[in-house]
Design a binder for this molecule. Structure first.
Ligand SMILES: [Fe+2]
Length: 216
């Protein structure tokens, strides 16, 4: 598989930035159990601050929690990373091997909580899985949903007015139970304030890929 994006009339798109965005089906029971586990951990773990404001960020050891629901989530993450690596290499997954190192942590945002803009240095791919979106009909999705937003990574693109204004726009994704996003770790992103009355619970992760090899 080779990535080649071409349009009609001799125009080609370059520097695409992949974002894996999949809503996993049949995750309701899994999410209920993960929510219980995260709440239990919050009682035991003071957590760290990192980029989070008004919320709880667990220690970065979720990948070592021995629960079947965490194992299933790690399978989701592995699928996402495989898809993105197929895309970045143009090689089928049965023709590649690598050492992949995962770390994951849980986040709880309560009313007013957000994540400052950041990247994930030293990693290949990063992402987030939503256990509990905290959204309901009382929340204005555009204003108060605490959506994650990605910044256009191309330096200076917003400086020149362009018809249709296609450059320099932020791209947002609304949280949804069972949805997983995965993206290049260098892609700057922020999480807007979650203004709901409940809580937003997610598990975020970093993946580092080393010793990548392909074979026939
Ligand atoms: Fe992040």
């Amino acid at each position: 598989m080779k990535i080649k994006i071409e349009l009609d009339n001799d125009v080609r798109l370059v520097w695409p930035t992949p974002i894996f965005n999949r809503a996993y089906p049949n995750t309701s029971d899994m999410n209920t159990r993960l929510l219980e586990i995260v709440h239990q951990k919050e009682q035991e773990d003071k957590g760290t601050t990192k980029s989070i404001v008004s919320g709880w960020h667990s220690t970065e050891d979720v990948h070592t929690w021995h629960y079947p629901e965490v194992e299933r989530l790690l399978e989701f993450i592995s699928e996402a990373v495989t898809e993105l690596t197929k895309l970045s290499t143009g090689v089928a997954d049965e023709n590649m091997s690598a050492n992949s190192t995962y770390i994951a942590w849980a986040n709880i945002l309560r009313k007013g909580g957000y994540h400052k803009a950041h990247t994930h240095p030293g990693c290949t791919w990063s992402g987030v899985y939503y256990i509990e979106s905290g959204l309901d009909d009382s929340i204005d999705v555009l204003e108060d949903a605490g959506s994650i937003e990605f910044f256009d990574p191309r330096h200076g693109v917003e400086m020149v007015p362009t018809p249709g204004n296609p450059f320099g726009q932020r791209i947002g994704f609304t949280a949804e139970n069972g949805r997983l996003l995965c993206f290049p770790a260098w892609l700057r992103h922020t999480v807007n304030p979650y203004m709901g009355k409940r809580e937003r619970v997610s598990i975020a992760f970093n993946v580092r890929i080393e010793k990548f090899e392909t074979f026939d």
